[in-house]
Write a protein that binds this ligand. Structure first.
Ligand SMILES: CC(C)(COP(=O)(O)OP(=O)(O)OC[C@H]1O[C@@H](n2cnc3c(N)ncnc32)[C@H](O)[C@@H]1OP(=O)(O)O)[C@@H](O)C(=O)NCCC(=O)NCCS
Length: 381
């Protein structure tokens, strides 16, 4: 016990064993079940990656066909769920809706086993399948539009764009959306995944674990960063404004959103792929302003931080918001999209946690008082 050390934010602490994901922060590499993120993002579909995360192996053609069919058949939202989305307070953030809806979904499942804390999480896959529809329905109801039912001839990413906008995206846009989800599907013991595992370790349900993870993802130091990056791009507006804006932000000790990472000390490999998507879409839609501003922010920020001996690189969310924006997605949906992707990873971790469970129960380093004298109520100030 005497050897146990305290690490604020659990930095550097190994909190469990996992075979799902390796983040090699020193070299800027990322693997899901041993497969490089560059291969997954260029060769796989989101459904294929979800299969990998849940089964630990890539599917055969037949396995992928069956799995995709199952996921696509689970997309439709039942009427009470649509009603709940309609009734949810309009000014709420969609992450608040999502967190509530995931638990609500558990009341509308067909198999009793899905309510069990020891269920096989692969049976609750409909959560992953339905999250895009929930996000799209919230957006459409809020804007006085009708719900668009899902299509089973589209990929997970393309179907989301369809349900959101009511237009089938062209192949390139649909594919970029699907691949953005692959990039966000899994990232080891980050705050939200750790949250999911902690809740799972109490033998709570998949739904409660995922709902808690969504709450954790909402914060701006985690999933909320891309929405903040987008706001920053709009505030800076042009390449000329970047330097004065950054000098001011750094003087005020503000964090520049989308830059830096707790684990990556080299370039986040996902940001490299995301930047390629942004370049492709910027050229396609004849709008390079966001890309130009971001590249200048990256250049000037890195210059300033290197002067202080702190090399800081863009993370995945530095470019993702601008990609989504060019795909016609409003910025308050960026974090929900992150949740939509990460739900696969969370399920994989809940499953793994349950296979060799031990309740998480760390200790606190107590720094408070002891044995204080009891003051009578009239003597208290
Ligand atoms: C993710 C984050 C919390 C990691 O912070 P961290 O663990 O302290 O990172 P590091 O140890 O590499 O930071 C080294 C130094 O650079 C600073 N730094 C890191 N990222 C920074 C940023 N985005 N803006 C300004 N300064 C930053 C840190 O404050 C620290 O300064 P200090 O030595 O004076 O304390 C941080 O980079 C951040 O807040 N980034 C913006 C939010 C974001 O994009 N989050 C999404 C993550 S996927």
């Amino acid at each position: 016990m005497a050897d146990i050390t305290y690490a604020k934010g659990l930095e550097g602490v190994i909190a469990g064993e996992s075979s799902i994901c390796k983040v090699d922060g020193e070299n800027g590499r990322l693997y899901y079940y041993g497969y490089r993120i560059t291969d997954l993002a260029t060769r796989a579909t989101f459904e294929e990656v979800t299969y990998l995360l849940l089964y630990g192996e890539l599917p055969t053609t037949k396995q992928l066909t069956d799995f995709s069919r199952r996921m696509r058949k689970s997309r439709e939202l039942k009427p009470p769920i649509l009603q709940m989305i309609k009734d949810f307070p309009r000014d709420s953030h969609p992450m608040e809706l999502l967190q509530s809806t995931v638990n609500f979904l558990s009341g509308y499942v067909d198999h009793k086993i899905e309510h069990s804390p020891t269920c096989n999480c692969r049976q609750t896959l409909h959560q992953v399948a339905q999250i895009p529809g929930v996000i799209a329905a919230f957006y459409r109801f809020k804007n006085g539009l009708d719900y668009i039912p899902p299509r089973d001839d589209l990929s997970h990413g393309a179907n989301f764009l369809w349900q959101l906008k009511g237009e089938v995206p062209d192949n390139e846009d649909g594919e970029i959306m699907d691949k953005c989800l692959i990039l966000h599907a899994e990232h080891s013991f980050n705050a939200s995944t750790f949250t999911a595992r902690v809740v799972a370790s109490t033998l709570s349900t998949c739904y409660c674990s995922i709902s808690a993870a969504i709450g954790s993802l909402f914060g701006s130091l985690h999933g909320g960063a891309n929405e903040k990056v987008m706001a920053m791009v709009e505030e800076i507006d042009s390449v000329e404004n970047v330097r004065p804006w950054l000098e001011n932000a750094l003087a005020e000790k503000k964090k520049v959103m989308g830059m830096g990472h707790r684990v990556y000390k080299a370039k986040d490999p996902r940001s490299v792929i995301m930047e390629d998507f942004l370049r492709t879409l910027s050229i396609k839609y004849g709008d390079t302003r966001k890309l130009d501003v971001l590249k200048e922010v990256e250049k000037v920020f890195r210059e300033k931080m290197e002067e202080k001996g702190k090399p800081i690189y863009p993370n995945v969310d530095f470019f993702s918001g601008s990609v989504y924006s060019l795909l016609g997605i409003p910025s308050n949906l960026f974090t929900p999209i992150f949740a939509m992707a990460r739900a696969s990873g969370w399920l994989a971790h809940i499953l793994e946690q349950r296979q060799d469970n031990r309740l998480f129960r760390p200790k606190a380093l107590y720094v408070g008082d002891l044995d204080r004298e009891w003051p009578e109520i009239e003597d208290r100030i």
